[in-house]
Design a protein around this ligand. Sequence first.
Ligand SMILES: CC(C)(COP(=O)(O)OP(=O)(O)OC[C@H]1O[C@@H](n2cnc3c(N)ncnc32)[C@H](O)[C@@H]1OP(=O)(O)O)[C@@H](O)C(=O)NCCC(=O)NCCS
Length: 222
Amino acid sequence: MTTSAASSASRRRSSAGCRSCASPWIEITHLRTKTLLERVRWEIEGAGFLIRNLVSSHFLKTLPRMERDGLELRGLRPADLRRLSKLHGLLRSGAKLNVWRLLLFCVAGRKLILVAENATAGIIAFEMFYFRKDESASGIIHEAFIGVHPDFRNRGISKSLRTHSSKSYFSSGIRGISTNISRENVASLASALCAGFTIQDHTSTHEKLSLFLGNPSLDDDA
Ligand SMILES: CC(C)(COP(=O)(O)OP(=O)(O)OC[C@H]1O[C@@H](n2cnc3c(N)ncnc32)[C@H](O)[C@@H]1OP(=O)(O)O)[C@@H](O)C(=O)NCCC(=O)NCCS
């Protein structure tokens, strides 16, 4: 091998060695930066969610207290948050409420979460709302979740929650309530239709159907 051929082979080896050492390091750094950026973006979105909801819910009335068949329906109090989180976890396969939602519901839970409480079993059902970015300016509130403890289903509780919350929101001037329900969730679809929601797009191929309940005292339903 000539001297120049040997030195170019050595350069190739050295650059290959450099690449094999450097690339995992670069990949890890890229991954860390990406994860950090995603985390920052997620927290900014969370803060935006909190601010939007505090502003939009400011004009809402507290969800009023009502008694029905030995159940008390009322807005969530800060002292209920722990029990609510437990029931939320039970009904949503262990899912936890993130810190932004906990903060929001601590401050505005009385306006955004309707609970059903039984004298002996405690909180056995709830309906949770918030304002979505693309709907809040149009006066539309979103029903994010409704759930009834398995021991208390098929007694008309979700229908009562949906009827009670919509009356209260419409009296606060809310234009409509949106919700998304999985096509397979026959129980939730039946309860929403009973409470007056209508399916927005039957032809959609999405796994979830969009439903809407308009304020009957307003002329348009959007
Ligand atoms: C969906 C859910 C909230 C319904 O609550 P519920 O209190 O049992 O419902 P209700 O008793 O108020 O039922 C309301 C109507 O729906 C009907 N319905 C309830 N379950 C049904 C079922 N499995 N199949 C068909 N109809 C059903 C009832 O017959 C009733 O209609 P009616 O007034 O004409 O008799 C409850 O099943 C639940 O918590 N599921 C798990 C969580 C979940 O999926 N949440 C919805 C996410 S969008």
